[in-house]
Design a protein around this ligand. Structure first.
Ligand SMILES: NC(=O)c1ccc[n+]([C@@H]2O[C@H](COP(=O)([O-])OP(=O)(O)OC[C@H]3O[C@@H](n4cnc5c(N)ncnc54)[C@H](OP(=O)(O)O)[C@@H]3O)[C@@H](O)[C@H]2O)c1
Length: 442
């Protein structure tokens, strides 16, 4: 582990062959946490090495190796959090540590490589970086057919639920929705449209009437649970009204066995046609205050959750795999190092799956902030103060559907964020038109 005071720190966890994805990111984040106070106050140089092929995973076919590409997002986040420091991610590809030319190329890049935050040393000798390109819609997307089975993590609540309800109109689909919230009956006699505050008050009043001794914490937990369960049942009703079907299973998607069991029961003798991975959590804190537990919770939901889902559906060769990722991974975001890591790793996995299965439609959408979901009112105000526009729910939903049914294909990472004007242009249903706000990563 590094000393807290260093002028130059090279973090090599991302190049260590023997570590698994979570360990790689845990070690890199630990190094960053130790030097964060000094890097913030005095500056310095911090270089993160990663091995995802020298091109930030764009050519990988192995999801396990692609997963370690979250290191770059840690570097990008640190570069925002430590403005006095020079922070870079260098993707070095595979090489023999005994090969002098290989080692000296890396050393030169570390010492004299300039200040580009994301730089890859391609195996063919070039220096590469990532850039965004506008990605026109093609009109050649996935055709959804009546009866198609679609598995959706996080699909019963929040923005993923909004997407599913819209998708339910495209054909008579059958959805399996996975989330942690247990179903619950709404308390008899209480109106179903109570707000959180109203529900808490009503629960307290009922407890008092019944002579029950109930703590504020218990009331809050009970109210949260009831609202989550209400949301789940409303999503199912909306899907049915739209002409599709849905079953909900309360499953933590990091539990591989339970995910497999739920998908087996849902599939029966059929085949899973599509997988949508929308489940995610965030726990914002600056790198200096980040704990391993926060990283583990954020990372495993996105990545181990995806692995559990994928291992249960891989044999079906689904026609499409759609992943909810984030611009926090693409560009880094102060306070979101673990969230950025997890999303970047997910988007790298998308590249590897698309390369491995060219006939499958794989898309990780690096979303900007939505006007809803995990973007709370306080976070929304922060975005507004910085002049960053948020994605209205209807636009994000439409963008998701367009990407699926009219996206280019072969472009596994799409950034969707921008000003309301360009997003409006993108969502005006020109299914074979051009979208100025959605960009592919090249
Ligand atoms: N909202 C945004 O602005 C934004 C921006 C960029 C990317 N994204 C991504 O979009 C996705 C949805 O975001 P959101 O804003 O709707 O988040 P949210 O409001 O926090 O909802 C998260 C969803 O994930 C489910 N979930 C979380 N952990 C789970 C687990 N271990 N097992 C099963 N389900 C789990 C939750 O259901 P339960 O609580 O019932 O488990 C819920 O349905 C996330 O992946 C997020 O990273 C969102």
């Amino acid at each position: 582990m590094p000393s807290p005071q260093v002028d130059l720190l090279v973090v090599t966890a991302g190049a260590a062959p023997a570590l698994d994805g979570l360990d790689v990111h845990r070690q890199a984040l630990r190094c960053a946490t130790i030097v964060a106070p000094a890097m913030t106050e005095q500056g310095g140089r911090c270089i993160f090495l990663q091995n995802t092929g020298g091109d930030f995973g764009h050519g990988m076919t192995d999801p396990a190796q692609a997963e370690i590409g979250g290191i770059a997002a840690l570097a990008k986040t640190a570069s925002h959090e430590w403005p006095k420091a020079l922070v870079r991610a260098i993707d070095i590809g595979a090489g023999d540590p005994g090969d002098e030319a290989f080692v000296s190329r890396i050393a030169k890049e570390i010492l004299f490589g300039g200040d580009l935050v994301e730089l890859g040393l391609s195996p063919t000798g070039g220096r590469v970086t990532t850039k965004l390109e506008t990605a026109p819609y093609s009109g050649k997307g996935i055709v959804l057919a009546d009866g198609d089975l679609v598995v959706v993590s996080g699909g019963a609540r929040s923005i993923t639920a909004a997407v599913v309800c819209r998708l339910a109109q495209e054909a008579k689909l059958r959805f399996l929705l996975l989330g942690r919230s247990e179903v619950a009956d709404w308390p008899e006699g209480l109106p179903r449209d109570l707000s959180l505050q109203e529900l808490r008050s009503a629960l307290v009043a009922r407890a008092r009437e019944a002579g029950e001794d109930i703590s504020i914490k218990e009331v809050s937990a009970r109210a949260d649970h009831l609202l989550a369960a209400r949301e789940v049942s409303e999503t199912i009703s909306r899907i049915r009204e739209a002409g599709s079907e849905a079953v909900y299973r309360a499953v933590d998607i990091t539990d591989t066995g339970k995910v497999d069991e739920a998908i087996r029961a849902f599939r029966g003798s059929g085949r899973i046609a599509g997988l949508i991975h929308g489940a995610g959590v965030n726990m914002d804190k600056l790198i200096k205050d980040k704990t391993e537990d926060q990283l583990r919770r954020v990372y495993t939901t996105k990545i181990d959750g995806f692995k559990a889902l994928w291992s249960a559906v891989e044999a079906d060769r689904p026609a499409f795999v759609s992943l909810f990722s984030s611009i926090a991974g693409r560009f880094g975001n102060p306070g979101q190092s673990d969230y950025a890591i997890a999303n970047e790793a997910l988007s790298r996995i998308a590249w590897s799956l698309q390369n491995r299965y060219p006939d499958m439609r794989v898309t990780a959408i690096d979303w900007g902030g939505w006007l809803g979901g995990m973007v709370t009112d306080a976070v929304r105000r922060q975005f507004e103060d910085r002049g960053v526009p948020l994605i209205p729910i209807e636009m994000g939903v439409e963008a998701f559907v367009l990407e699926l049914i009219a996206g280019q294909g072969g472009t596994p990472e799409i950034v969707f964020a921008g000003t309301p004007e360009v997003m409006l242009a993108a969502s005006n249903k020109q299914r074979d038109g051009h979208s100025p706000s959605k960009s592919a990563v090249a």
